[in-house]
Design a protein around this ligand. Structure first.
Ligand code: GTQ
Ligand code: FE2
Length: 363
């Protein structure tokens, strides 16, 4: 018996009628629909991200955040956040397919009430003279450049006990959690949690370099360290720059780790800090993870999916999944420092992480 692909040519009407007849059975013909993928002439399929590259400039965002603080209180807005919405989506509040970024402002004397949710969050501080997020009773300091974690199901409230506005970048895995329909949230019984732990407690325990308290670490999947101070981060990058070249795609890049296992800070979000040398131009690549970048300090641009995104201090931009990107530090004298967060731990855990070089704008 010869085995070949069969060749059956039904009329368009017959096919149409057949497919109509399937509808009331909640059935449909797989061969008749194409999903959100693109098929090459060779028949292969690869992701075609709906999200587009975009940059949000601090010079536009800051006045709007201050205006929001005149228009609504933290009574009216449980979180006074400007969502950085990817322009390609009108139906979802997302920055990339899986990640959300927002700008949150807390004014002097204000608190944002305590709650918890299954969405994991991080805060990267842009402007502040102090203040804190109370994470499960521990006041975690928030100074410019600091990274603060509020992991899945941790109680958190924000407080500004200073005389100046606090403004930070929020990063959440909310789009992913919503897609999984695994979102839960509840209010703390009181507006604020008691300050039951010492300021900086998790730093004292788990931020002591290569030392940690002996014995069983806490039985959680996220980092037990809630605070990563910018001074330490920049120092680590500057010291590494004296001895290492870094990656052709990212320049010098370091990951914020869970000090217990060396892994990402949270199961769904990894955080990075990178340093681009004066004049550095990185090579182009793409990967199945998506990334949100925040410019801590610097002046340059990134070419993302063929779009040139210009950036300066405190700007934020997104690199959708499977989208080519490369970075340029335009300063000939100063390094540029970028903070970023990504869904790479999710892709890796599910064995879906792929990465490839892409022909870029230069060698
Ligand atoms: O600060 O707790 O941007 O719960 C979105 C949801 C911030 C927060 C956001 C949140 C928070
Ligand atoms: Fe929250």
């Amino acid at each position: 018996m010869t085995l070949t692909r069969s060749d059956i040519k039904a009329s368009a009407e017959e096919l149409e009628q057949f497919q109509q007849g399937l509808q009331h059975l909640s059935v449909s013909a797989l061969w008749a629909n194409q999903g959100p993928v693109s098929r090459s002439p060779g028949g292969s399929i690869e992701p075609r991200p709906r999200a587009v590259p975009h940059v949000w400039h601090w010079l536009d965002l800051r006045p709007q955040a201050l205006r929001a603080a005149e228009l609504v209180g933290t009574q009216q807005a449980e979180r006074r956040v400007l969502q950085l919405k990817n322009p390609a989506f009108s139906d979802r509040s997302v920055t990339t397919n899986t990640l959300f970024a927002g700008i949150q402002i807390v004014m002097p004397g204000e608190v944002a009430r305590a709650h918890r949710h299954t969405m994991a969050a991080l805060r990267f501080i842009i402007e502040s003279e102090g203040g804190y997020t109370n994470v499960d009773g521990e006041p975690v300091p928030m100074l410019p450049g600091d990274l603060v974690l509020t992991p899945n199901w941790a109680w958190h409230d924000h407080a500004n006990d200073t005389g100046a506005p606090m403004i930070w970048l929020d990063g959440l895995d909310a789009p992913l959690v919503r897609m999984l329909e695994a979102a839960f949230q509840e209010d703390f019984p009181q507006e604020r949690q008691a300050l039951s732990a010492a300021r900086g407690l998790s730093q004292i325990r788990y931020g002591a370099g290569a030392l940690r308290p002996a014995g069983e670490p806490p039985a959680v999947r996220h980092s037990p360290l809630m605070h990563y101070a910018w001074a330490d981060t920049q120092d680590a990058l500057d010291r590494l720059a004296e001895v290492d070249e870094g990656s052709p795609y990212d320049g010098l890049i370091m990951e914020y780790t869970n000090p217990v296992d060396g892994g990402s800070v949270m199961p769904t979000i990894a955080c990075f800090a990178q340093r681009l040398r004066p004049g550095e131009r990185t090579a182009a690549h793409r990967h199945t993870s998506s990334t949100i970048y925040h410019v801590v300090h610097g002046n340059g641009y990134s070419i993302v999916g063929g779009h040139s995104l210009n950036w300066q201090d405190k700007d934020t931009f997104c690199v959708p999944n499977w989208t080519s990107h490369q970075h340029v530090n335009l300063s000939e004298t100063e390094p540029a420092y970028l903070f970023s967060f990504s869904d790479i731990p999710v892709l890796r855990a599910l064995d879906l992480l792929r990465e490839e070089p892409v022909p870029g704008e230069w060698g």
